[in-house]
Write a protein that binds this ligand. Sequence first.
Ligand code: NAD
Length: 308
Amino acid sequence: MRKKVSIIGAGNVGATAAHWIASKELADVVLVDIAEGIPQGKALDLLQAMPIEKRDLHVLGSNDYDATANSDIVVITAGIPRKPGMSRDDLLNTNYKIMQDVVGKVVAASPDAILIVVSNPLDAMAQAAYKISGFNRERVLGMAGVLDSARFRTFIAEELNVSVENVTAFVLGGHGDTMVPLARYSTVAGIPITELIAPDRLKQLIERTANGGAEIVKHLKTGSAYYAPSSATAEMVEAILKDKKKIMPCAAFLQGEYGIDGLYVGVPCKLGERGLEQIIQIKLTDEENAALQKSAASVKELVNVIGV
Ligand SMILES: NC(=O)c1ccc[n+]([C@@H]2O[C@H](COP(=O)([O-])OP(=O)(O)OC[C@H]3O[C@@H](n4cnc5c(N)ncnc54)[C@H](O)[C@@H]3O)[C@@H](O)[C@H]2O)c1
């Protein structure tokens, strides 16, 4: 039996995630959206690329959650993206209403699924999905850290003119201006980047990473990034479906880890067939810990506004 991944929201991130998932032949894909015709049209178009790509899987579009029944994973991308001048937090109330519409229907159709939330503001929306679904924390994750660290890796590889494959990077904290790129744990072929890039320059790369989403919004004007976000989502999907036990930064519901309790924040997570299989606790310096706590506090503010 092939695995099944449903994607709620067939906009830029959702449709492109379907594209990556199909191109890697990870699972059958169902795209759902409130917009009539959009998921059907995009799904049919993607399906017709499968003979060329030599991929045997099904892609279906629908406005109805029946089509998502018994999904292994449901990715939630429904929601408005930001426009120039907006912060992710400005999306809070609109996207929370959308979460309230979507999550119950997802859960009714796929009570055993693992949820990957992508809609912004990410950590607060992951927390909303966790509370609305009633699932345990192992089955509700948020995608942000894989994207933020990929941005950091891109800038490091360009800076040092080395293969992106050589670069690992870690970004912790909420998906916002307070995210915490961890230079000490970021390496090039095992060498900490703090040994390879001067502190001033490193600071610039860290700032560019933290503003990575806004830089793209400024170019696009009509929406936000979607190729890298959807690729990051597909990496999480792959780690779960293939039970890879892969460690990557994800938003997870912390219950005392890193001194944070009852809140979704980005931390290193081991992903496997059960979803979140372990939260990896790494030692932070006082400065790094202070930055993480500050980031968590800004997530907490949002979560308090919507009361989840
Ligand atoms: N976590 C991250 O790192 C990250 C990265 C990029 C984008 N995002 C977020 O992902 C979300 C989607 O971004 P996008 O660029 O794909 O936006 P988009 O506007 O292209 O697509 C969003 C889709 O959601 C649909 N939708 C709205 N309400 C719905 C509902 N109730 N049920 C089903 N579908 C509904 C819309 O019709 C639209 O097709 C945004 O909130 C954006 O901020 C997060």
